[in-house]
Structures are given as C-alpha cells and as structure tokens.
Write a protein that binds this ligand. Structure first.
Ligand SMILES: NC(=O)c1ccc[n+]([C@@H]2O[C@H](COP(=O)([O-])OP(=O)(O)OC[C@H]3O[C@@H](n4cnc5c(N)ncnc54)[C@H](OP(=O)(O)O)[C@@H]3O)[C@@H](O)[C@H]2O)c1
Length: 250
C-alpha cells in the first residue's frame, strides 16, 4: 500500500463499525483523518484509537443529512489540515419494512440517511479537491443495491442510487483528477446487526461462499486501496466485498 503521508481523509460514520475501521486504516496509512458522526463520545473514541497508534485525527460532529453540517465539516477540515485528498462517505443506516407498509417519513429517512447524505458530502468535498488538483472519493453502497431483499426496498433503492450517483460524479470530475468509486459490503458484523436474533448471523454466514460474516476491516482495506495510488486507473467502479455472496453459486 502506498503511503498516504501528508494527505487528509474525511470518513463519515466513523463513530463505529466500517467507518471506524476505515478511519483507523487511513490513520495507519499516514493520512490525517477527520472523524465524522453525530455521537461525540464514540467519535472521540475513534480519534483516540488513531492517535494511540501514532496517527493524527480530529472529530467533527455532523448530521450527514444536513447541508449546513456537511458544509461546516468540509470547512473545518480545510481549517484544520489545509486540504482534502480522500473522502469515505460511509454514514448510513438500514431499517426495514415492506413497501406497502412504509410511511412517507420512513421513506424520507432512508433516502436522506443513505443517498442525500452522499450527494451532500460530494457537493462540498469536490470543490476543495478541484482546488488542490484532485482526490479520491469512496461512497458506501451495499449488496442490498444488487439483490432484491424483502423488507429492504427503500434501503436498496437508496444504495442503488449511491452507485448511479457515484458513476455520474466519476463522469463529471475525472477531468479534475478526482476518482469516485463505491464499495458494496455484504454482511459485516457491526452495530447495524445489533437487533438481529443471535442465530441469524450464523445462518447468514452459512450462505456466504467464504463461510463467514465480514469484519469491518475487510471493507476498510478495500476503501483505503480504492483511495490509494495503487487504484490510480480505477474510477466509476463498484467494488463488492461480500465473501462471494452476489457472484458465486453456492
Ligand atoms: N454492516 C453491514 O452488514 C453493511 C452491509 C452493507 C452496507 N452497510 C453500510 O455500511 C455503512 C456503515 O454501517 P456499519 O455497518 O458500520 O454500521 P454502524 O456501526 O451502525 O455505523 C453507522 C455509522 O453511520 C453513522 N451515521 C448514521 N446516520 C448518520 C447521520 N445522519 N449523520 C452522521 N452519521 C450518521 C453512525 O454514527 P452516529 O450514530 O454517531 O451518527 C455510525 O458511525 C452504512 O452506510 C451501511 O448502510 C453495512
């Protein structure tokens, strides 16, 4: 992995799970990390984990569904570290419900948390990257964007929207040397699964060709690679990290 020393990364949803693991991985690669989430205690915990291992990080509290928070997040990044090279727009949440049972508020919540948040993040990140001559963005989609999953219609629609939006962004900003990709995690053991019945994760693991649930670090490695110079010729790509679930017959 090429060194990210002197580079600056924003990671949204970095107070737990995949975002936290990615923030730590960016820190280990040498980047200064802007840890973004709503929960300040958990966000500061992530900062502590990065600095304990010799990295540099700052916490910025933001609700990624609010334009004013995202604008302030990017402003604070530039004030603190003077530039922005990488962004992992990862914050999101997955709730469930059958299509005919969803309320308008349920729909708006899902689209705002998972799709509007990514648009807002890129809206404010891209101009800063344009000014400094380029950058790399990874947005979090999901295997739920690629498969029809009962009870996850709104979530899947939002996550499929993330792939389409990211490809359009790649088309619009390649000439500015900004690479924009998505990562689609399969089942990864995080707080997102906190309310799942205890045996459900075992059942899910049994259906995955690689025979296990993902860990946040599986996704973090892919994200840091997509941002690194090693992926210099990769843009508009959706990297599926799911143990083979969507690609391999089992
Ligand atoms: N785990 C899986 O199996 C899986 C599979 C496919 C895709 N994903 C996607 O991966 C991403 C990370 O999820 P995870 O599994 O790591 O779950 P997680 O541990 O619950 O992390 C979700 C993160 O998003 C943040 N967040 C949620 N809404 C936010 C908002 N409005 N503003 C700011 N931050 C917000 C949370 O922080 P605060 O609560 O502190 O704000 C938290 O840090 C999500 O986009 C999820 O949809 C996960």
């Amino acid at each position: 992995m090429s060194s990210m020393a002197g580079k600056v990364a924003i990671v949204t949803g970095a107070s737990s799970g995949i975002g936290r693991a990615a923030a730590i991985a960016f820190g280990k690669a040498g980047a200064s990390v802007v840890v973004v989430a709503r929960r300040a205690d958990k966000g500061e915990e992530t900062v502590g984990l990065i600095t304990e291992s010799g990295g540099e990080a700052v916490f910025v509290q933001a609700d990624v569904t609010k334009a004013s928070d995202i604008e302030a997040m990017v402003k604070k990044t530039v004030e603190t570290y003077g530039r922005l090279d990488y962004a992992f727009n990862n914050a999101g949440s997955g709730s469930s419900g059958k299509i005919a049972d969803l309320s308008e508020a349920d729909w708006d919540f899902e689209i705002n948390a998972n799709l509007k948040s990514v648009w807002l993040s890129m809206k404010y990140e891209i101009p800063v990257m344009q000014q400094s001559g380029g950058g790399a963005i990874v947005n979090t989609s999901s295997q739920g964007a690629l498969l029809g999953v009962a009870n996850y219609g709104a979530y899947g629609a939002a996550k499929a929207g993330v792939i389409a939006l990211s490809r359009a962004a790649a088309a619009e900003y390649s000439a500015d040397r900004i690479r924009i990709n998505t990562v689609s995690p399969g089942a990864v053991k995080t707080d997102l699964w906190a309310e799942a019945p205890p045996d459900m994760l075992d059942q899910v693991a049994a259906g995955i060709p690689l025979q296990r649930i993902g860990v946040p670090e599986d996704i973090a490695e892919a994200v840091v690679w997509l941002c690194s110079d090693g992926a210099a010729f990769v843009t508009g790509h959706n990297l599926v990290v799911d143990g083979g679930f969507t690609a391999v017959q089992k």
